[in-house]
Design a protein around this ligand. Structure first.
Ligand SMILES: Cc1ncc(COP(=O)(O)O)c(C=O)c1O
Length: 393
């Protein structure tokens, strides 16, 4: 396999890769953080699977899918994050899995504290706040300093752990959807462990663009989806629970279809999108064949660095996400510091430059414009962005 950094800048290679995707004519899409495209071959496989399941109905599903295919798929997903298949349960998205982990974490007592930061995803924040009403815990909400550094992120958490001694549980977002900041998960989880605090990791944006090993990160509970950087059909996700911690998460709402020793009891039992699940083996084959998260992440970082390098020093532009290679990935946010309305600037980027981006608010560092290249974004697309930012500032 060629060196990822060298290949990241090989436009001819990425053009061949892009040729495997159908793209609707329209603006240059720099909002690939919502979900990723499926390749043409994946779309065809998905269509075949829809037809197969529609033709064969419950006969295939009861005889083949439940007993065979779904177990193989779990094993393949486990490989993605370097864990065993019995520590994986399928969900329909990241939110469903993360909320199930939060709702069913059974070590909280009234009066305990739980922690979230301004950079968590709203559905995770909502679930943590729900714990206050239903478990009698206090929700501690912290804000990260801006600009963030490796040390500032870690010390914000260390300070909180000392200041709030009744903390038992925290949410941590590996890659925040607001600015693309990558959290130093391993160091934060180690500090949390010293204070007896459990971490539930939101890996929605990390999976497929960052290489990581959950055991090395010291994470026992995590939720993911498969439609961002893995390239799977929509409606698929999964949770991870370290086998030795399974008893600390209750079966979901009295779930009884699986024994209490089976992680699958931790998610709601329902009819999944079976054709989408059956498509996963091909999705993962393509993911590994092109070099996995290492290759995808290197390309996305290259594209990110190309525009950030061109505009970071320009007056009137503030790039929110630091350049410490430990703290960024393909997603990065910026704002026009001489303009108050970032939404208006997003509209101008679209109208005047044909560039599709999105605003994000909710981070303590203020509203920003999120720029997310995708795997079929070209260096020319990025240069068009740099030119637009330079002119519009
Ligand atoms: C950081 C983060 N967490 C969680 C989610 C929710 O993912 P899903 O839509 O699969 O529930 C998202 C979606 O964008 C996200 O960016």
């Amino acid at each position: 396999m060629p060196d990822n950094t060298l290949r990241a800048r090989d436009e001819a290679f990425w053009q061949t890769f892009a040729d495997r995707y159908e793209v609707e004519p329209g603006p240059i899409n720099l909002e690939n953080g919502y979900f990723g495209r499926m390749s043409r071959t994946v779309v065809e496989e998905y269509q075949r699977n829809i037809e197969l399941i529609n033709r064969s109905n419950s006969v295939y599903v009861r005889q083949r899918f439940e007993q065979g295919d779904s177990l193989k798929i779990r094993a393949q997903l486990a490989r993605l994050i370097g864990v065993s298949a019995d520590s994986i349960a399928l969900t329909r998205n990241a939110t469903e899995g993360l909320q199930s982990l939060i709702r069913n974490y059974n070590l909280l007592q009234p009066g305990d504290q739980v922690l979230i930061s301004d950079l968590e995803y709203d559905t995770v924040k909502g679930a943590m706040r729900w714990l206050a009403r239903h478990r009698g815990v206090e929700v501690i909400e912290i804000e990260h300093t801006h600009p963030a550094s490796y040390d500032s992120l870690l010390s914000t958490y260390r300070d909180a752990f000392i200041r709030y001694p009744r903390l038992k549980l925290m949410a941590l977002t590996h890659v925040t959807h607001r600015t693309g900041l990558v959290m130093p998960v391993q160091a934060i989880a180690a500090a949390a462990r010293e204070h007896g605090i459990d971490v539930i990791l939101d890996g929605a944006h990390a999976l497929g663009q960052i290489e990581f090993d959950l055991t090395e990160l010291g994470i026992a509970f995590a939720g993911f989806n498969l439609h961002k950087w893995i390239g799977a059909p929509l409606t698929l996700g999964f949770i991870y629970i370290a086998p030795e911690r399974l008893a600390d998460i209750d079966p979901d709402m009295g779930e009884v279809h699986y024994p209490v020793t089976d992680i699958r009891a931790r998610t709601s039992y329902s009819t999944p999108n079976i054709p989408a699940l059956l498509t996963l083996p091909l999705v993962l084959e393509e993911h590994w064949a092109m070099g996995g998260a290492g290759a995808k992440g290197a390309r996305l970082n290259y594209l990110r660095n190309r525009w950030v390098g061109a505009v970071r020093q320009l007056p009137g532009i503030e790039v929110m996400t630091p350049d410490d290679p430990r703290l960024y990935c393909g997603i990065t946010s910026m704002r026009f510091s001489r303009h108050t309305d970032q939404q208006l600037m997003v509209e101008r980027l679209l109208k005047e430059y044909n560039l599709f981006t999105v605003t994000r608010s909710g981070a303590a560092c203020g509203p920003c414009i999120r720029i997310t290249p995708g795997l079929i974004t070209t260096a020319d697309d990025i240069d068009a962005l740099s030119k637009a930012l330079t002119e519009l500032r």
